[in-house]
Design a protein around this ligand. Structure first.
Ligand code: HEM
Length: 211
């Protein structure tokens, strides 16, 4: 990786990534210590914030600068809906009750993402590269611990994206090439740091209920 903006963003969020990755809820999930109910609760919260992020994506679709980040195969809501229906049955929408941290996260996404392109990309980067890499690790653990192969883990599968690493490299090139206005790069880094903290807070709320 070169020394461009994408490298700076990654370095600036490394500690926040580690804190999110090491949250007790994630560790318990990866350790196979949680039931399917807790896993379904995570997916329900994810559906709430992914829907808000994807609504903002519709605003930026076609934008000459950041429209290039809006890629349909990245959208997680359809697969999250399939997973929730499979795990919880036809009444799954009744489980879409936001925890406090999810409400704050959704509020932030709705406040900044539809109008601020750097903030949109900050949240886009945090969730989708996170889903792409963390998601693959989660998928392998869920296969080993709960026997989930495809049903229930469809949101971890990224058809149409190809292998995660080459995709990540193209994504980083896009971050580097985007003609950001003065101040936008710093604002994007600050917003990505916030995005990681908002994610960690959702894990903490989930841990309070399920761990
Ligand atoms: C289950 C826990 C997680 C694991 C095991 C995990 C693991 C990983 C791994 C292995 C990478 C690739 C590192 C590399 O080769 O460059 C990665 C990248 C990334 N992860 Fe996670 N992750 C987890 C949780 C998260 C969470 C909760 C988020 C944010 C919501 C997140 C956001 C990211 C981002 C944005 C990148 C891309 C970094 C870059 O290349 O710029 N991850 N993760």
């Amino acid at each position: 990786m070169g020394g461009g903006f994408a490298a700076r963003l990654r370095a600036a969020t490394r500690d926040a990534h580690e804190r999110a990755e090491r949250s007790p809820f994630v560790e318990a999930l990866l350790g196979g210590d949680l039931g399917r109910e807790a896993y379904a609760a995570l997916l329900a919260q994810s559906h709430l914030f992914h829907s808000a992020l994807e609504e903002a994506g519709e605003v930026w679709r076609g934008d000459p600068v950041v429209g290039r980040f809006v890629l349909d195969p990245l959208r997680r809501s359809p697969a999250l809906e399939a997973d929730l229906a499979w795990l919880l049955g036809p009444g799954w929408r009744g489980h879409l009750r936001p925890l406090d941290a999810t409400s704050s996260y959704v509020e932030r996404l709705r406040a900044v993402c539809p109008t601020d392109r750097a903030a949109f990309v900050a949240h886009h980067y945090t969730r989708y590269l996170g889903d792409l890499f963390g998601g693959q690790i989660i998928r392998h653990r869920l296969r080993d611990t709960y026997g989930l192969e495809v049903d229930g883990v469809r949101h971890c599968l990224f058809d149409g994206i190809g292998k995660p690493k080459p995709f990540r490299d193209r994504y980083r090139a896009l971050l580097d090439e985007t003609p950001w206005r003065p101040g936008e790069r710093d604002a994007l880094i600050a917003e990505a740091d916030l995005a990681f903290r908002l994610n960690r807070a959702v894990f903490d709320d989930l841990a309070a209920v399920h761990c």
